[in-house]
Design a protein around this ligand. Structure first.
Ligand code: CA
Length: 137
């Protein structure tokens, strides 16, 4: 009966870790899918790189920033070299690091949310897939 039991435990543990990692990756992708689809819609040649104009378009479509000066400041942040090109991961990074008030009518330092998260939770109605509307119910 003892034959091979320790090996089984090891396998289970590594499987478990793999399941957790896969799950986290899937959750991350699921979290980002709304944003990813929007990015794809402005990245018309689908090479994962957008121009300054397309970035501004992306931010306007996200519909979470209150004024144009915030778009300008984000642009400077994402494209510090001013080479007018930004990759998908640069954009995700910048929008994940840009904190903003969760509620614009009640801004307070301890009630901040990342721009990208705000968009995913409540931003502009991007018509993608109806299958994901069950969050928060
Ligand atoms: Ca492109």
């Amino acid at each position: 009966m003892t034959n091979g039991s320790s090996q089984t435990n090891k396998l289970l543990y590594s499987d478990f870790k793999k399941v957790i990692l896969d799950f986290q990756l899937q959750e991350h992708e699921r979290f980002l899918i709304k944003f990813t689809n929007l990015f794809k819609s402005v990245d018309r040649d689908q090479d994962g790189i957008i121009s300054e104009i397309q970035f501004q378009e992306l931010l306007r479509m996200m519909n979470v920033l209150e004024d144009e000066s915030e778009i300008e400041s984000l642009l400077a942040q994402v494209d510090p070299d001013n080479n007018k090109k930004m990759t998908y991961s640069e954009v995700v990074d910048a929008l994940s690091n840009h904190m903003m008030p969760r509620d614009p009518l009640n801004p307070s330092a301890n009630n901040q949310i990342a721009l990208i998260e705000k968009f995913i939770q409540e931003g502009g109605d991007v018509d993608i897939d109806d299958g994901m509307t069950d969050m928060g119910h």
